[in-house]
Design a protein around this ligand. Sequence first.
Ligand SMILES: *[C@@H]1O[C@H](CO)[C@@H](O)[C@H](O)[C@H]1NC(C)=O
Ligand SMILES: *[C@@H]1O[C@H](CO)[C@@H](O)[C@H](O)[C@H]1NC(C)=O
Ligand SMILES: [Cu+2]
Length: 224
Amino acid sequence: MKFAPVVAFAALAQSASAHYIWTTLLAGSTTSTAAVRQPLNNSPVTSPTSSDFTCNVIGTPATQTVNVTAGSTVGFKLDNTIYHLGPAAIYLGKAPSGTTAAAWNGSGASWIKIAEWGATYPQGTSGAMSFADYNLGQLTTTLPRTVPNGDYLLRIEQIGLHVVGAPQWYISCAQITVTGGGSASPTKVSMPPYSASDPGLTVSIYANPAPSPYVVPGPRPFTG
Ligand SMILES: *[C@@H]1O[C@H](CO)[C@@H](O)[C@H](O)[C@H]1NC(C)=O
Ligand SMILES: *[C@@H]1O[C@H](CO)[C@@H](O)[C@H](O)[C@H]1NC(C)=O
Ligand SMILES: [Cu+2]
């Protein structure tokens, strides 16, 4: 009985340290923290309608924009491993002509999804649904070869669904310049690309049997 407060404190400390930050851009052979708009802290964004949904609460602005050849591997490295069950996605947003990645805030219908990590079946050993990104420390994909040259924000989101009805978004944006691209013009969306009532957000990951099929929120990825 008298140890109960100590146990409660330990549990709180563990849940706080279980948050995480996408600190590092991986782009071809380049690794950069300076190209990432560094989040203020590891607290998640808690609503798609938050003004911080596009690029998180910025603590330190990016000081670099990294050149990336279309067709290269791009992604982000975490300061931890993905601790909360839920999907992840990488989006690519084109800075409007006449502006730069550094100057753009991500507004407007400028975004495509280029990768997603969804549910894996059957259920994980914890009794919850399992997800393809769970426990990983970095997520990467191929920058589509056919996207036009120019300045872009590369944005990652991992959505913790561990508290049913209260999703947590772990988001970062990095500034890149694409070279060697093409002339594709895939359909673009604005941020947020879905609403809080999306079934991919309201799902109970603890339901047994696991809900099926699970659809990652947002459009399907463009792979060029
Ligand atoms: C990106 O490429 C341009 C054009 O080749 C070059 O001028 C610039 O220095 C490069 N930027 C970086 C950060 O390497
Ligand atoms: C983002 O930039 C657009 C265009 O410059 C501007 O209209 C909008 O108010 C900005 N949004 C925020 C949240 O700063
Ligand atoms: Cu957490």
